[in-house]
Design a protein around this ligand. Structure first.
Ligand code: 13P
Length: 253
């Protein structure tokens, strides 16, 4: 049985005061369920403080991106070992905003995935198509290319220590959620592609859906057989909204 993960990607939002209130709210209302792991991904400057606030709780910590390099002359970058040092267990790699706004290539994403795992972090590999790609029937092709760029260089066995997130770009921050059926189709496809390489890995790997997940649509999405939770943007910034999604997962566990 795969556990659910409900992950909050805070993106470039927050402040010390706002984060304290948000974390306190989450800790106060977290579902006490063994079937759901909750994860928050605050901006870099707040990771260490967030780690202190969640110490001793079941809430987990992740970063939103990472360098593919271990150390050295890379001004502005953050090494995987630094994220471990401040208490991160997870890191997002290949979020569509990183790919689109910062020019992260499939190869760079693969390198980040490998570097993250080498430092003991669990990469959450984000894949997903644009609206134009969906409308021209290229969803599976795009997702395959993004996935295979990583699997070709890292190997399918590395999925034992990774999570996949399917985030259709057209559903991110737009209020247009993929329907549970649309999301399930792609999740099932991803599991089939992984299964062609390794059946065991395909049934074990957690695949999250992201893109306008809210309290009122989470249950429909998470009820699908290949959807193992969510990667939440906007609705992760208010504890009530985030907890409503977490509770939807807990109720299905
Ligand atoms: P929204 O939930 O705001 O659509 O963002 C999704 C996302 O990009 C999470 O990584």
């Amino acid at each position: 049985m795969r556990k659910f993960i409900v992950a909050g990607n805070w993106k470039m939002n927050g402040s010390l005061a706002a984060n304290d209130a948000l974390i306190a709210g989450i800790l106060a209302g977290m579902p006490d369920s063994e079937n759901v792991d909750l994860l928050i991904c605050p901006p870099m400057p707040y990771l260490a403080t967030a780690a202190d606030k969640i110490a001793g709780s079941r809430l987990k910590l992740g970063a939103q991106t990472v360098s593919e390099h271990e150390s050295g002359a890379y001004t502005g970058e953050t090494a995987p070992s630094m994220l471990r040092d401040v208490g991160c267990e997870f890191v997002l790699v290949g979020h569509s905003e990183r790919r689109a706004l910062y020019g992260e290539s499939a190869q760079a994403v693969a390198a980040k995935y490998v570097a993250a795992q080498s430092a003991g972090l669990i990469p959450v590999l984000c894949v997903g198509e644009s609206l134009e790609e969906r409308e021209s029937g290229k969803t599976e092709q795009v997702v395959d290319e993004q996935l295979n760029a990583v699997l070709d260089s890292a190997g399918v066995a590395t999925l034992a220590n990774a999570v996949i997130a399917y985030e259709p770009v057209w559903a991110i921050g737009t209020g247009k959620t993929a329907s549970p059926e649309q999301a399930q189709d792609v999740h099932e496809h991803i599991r089939r592609v992984v299964g062609e390489l390794d059946e065991t890995m395909a049934s074990a790997v957690q695949i999250l859906y992201g893109g306008s997940v809210k309290g009122d649509n989470a249950a429909g999405l998470f009820g699908k057989p290949d959807i193992d939770g969510g990667l939440i943007g906007g609705a992760s910034l208010k504890s009530e909204d985030f907890l409503a999604i977490a509770n939807a997962a807990a109720a299905l566990g």
